[in-house]
Design a protein around this ligand. Structure first.
Ligand SMILES: [Zn+2]
Length: 307
């Protein structure tokens, strides 16, 4: 979804909604992301030049691919510093090099993500642990509240797929028609843990810029990200329309983004009024009188994303 970016003293600029490009661009402008990588149609090169001129950025075309007769895609690096674009382009296709840090991801998060990535090859494997559980396991002490700025539940780009992953992702996108899931993140990477200082520092910088440059996007993101999430696995979660109460969250229903969670699970969540975390991080539902309700199946994790 295209986004209008405001520039003090100048005309607003329409930023193309290529994937999560508006978020990546904000990260680049906030000084968080030295290099942004993207594929564009060759006919869009003029637009890329205009965009770079508008925001004081440089670009480097370093690859081209003919995808159909007469349609050429260009591989482009965008960023402030031309030498970093070159450096990143030079290692982009080298199998033994990881460009993560040049792309602005904290080194600790790159390392942890790669460990997880090597360990889990397919989301269909019986012992698959999602990157969300992986980060939560590494967060000590277990937080009652997590900054919504590092909410990566809807960041569905860089999970491990298997046979069913891509189809499930498509179905999640379909269930959220009208809501651009590609933009549902403030940091375009997975934090190594939910209290990663470097991720939080970078997230604050992106968020501060988003508030002034893309305020409508900021409102939409906060409405979706600053909410407690019941998390079973990457394609089955429930976002609660809730607010912190001091010892958990009060809520009145399930809100978008929606997942593939079964209607029976949603029916279990709806009548409760409150949710709090058990010592192991799993969620406990309470009714209006404060009595705990038993889960019919496995208890989900409570990810207490809040402001
Ligand atoms: Zn980290």
């Amino acid at each position: 979804m295209d986004q209008v970016f405001l520039r003090p003293g100048e005309r607003p600029f329409l930023v193309r909604g290529w994937g999560n490009f508006p978020i990546e661009l904000l990260a680049a402008l906030a000084g968080v992301k030295p290099v942004t990588h993207c594929w564009v149609d060759d006919t869009d090169l003029g637009y890329v030049e205009e965009l770079c001129a508008a925001f004081g950025l440089r670009h480097l075309v370093f690859g081209r691919q003919e995808v159909a007769r007469g349609t050429v895609r260009l591989e482009v690096m965008i960023g402030k510093d031309a030498s970093m674009l070159r450096e990143c382009a030079d290692i982009w296709h080298a199998p033994d090099q990881n460009p993560g840090v040049l792309l602005g991801y904290p080194a600790c998060c790159v390392e942890e993500y790669m460990t997880w990535h090597r360990r889990y090859v397919s989301c269909d494997a019986a012992d698959y642990v999602d990157v969300i559980n992986w980060a939560f396991e590494r967060t000590h002490p277990r937080p009652e509240r997590i900054s919504f700025l590092v909410n990566d539940v809807f960041y569905l780009y860089s999970r491990r797929w298997g046979q069913n992953g891509p189809l499930k992702r498509q179905e999640i996108v379909r269930r959220n028609t009208g809501l651009d899931l590609d933009l549902m993140n403030v940091v375009p990477w997975h934090p190594c843990r939910y209290d990663c200082p470097e991720s939080l520092r970078k997230a604050e910088a992106v968020w501060a810029l988003m508030l002034t440059m893309a305020p409508k996007l900021a409102v939409m993101l906060k409405t979706c990200l600053a909410r407690p999430v019941l998390f079973w696995e990457w394609s089955r979660f429930a976002v609660l329309k809730g607010r912190p109460t001091g010892d958990g969250f009060a809520y009145d229903g399930v809100q978008p983004p929606f997942s593939l969670l079964e209607p029976e699970r949603i029916a279990e969540i709806r009548p409760a009024a409150k949710v709090r975390a058990r010592p192991d991080g799993s969620a406990e539902l309470l009714d209006g009188s404060g009595a705990a309700l038993a889960w019919k199946g496995a208890a989900p994790l409570l990810l207490g994303f809040a402001e």
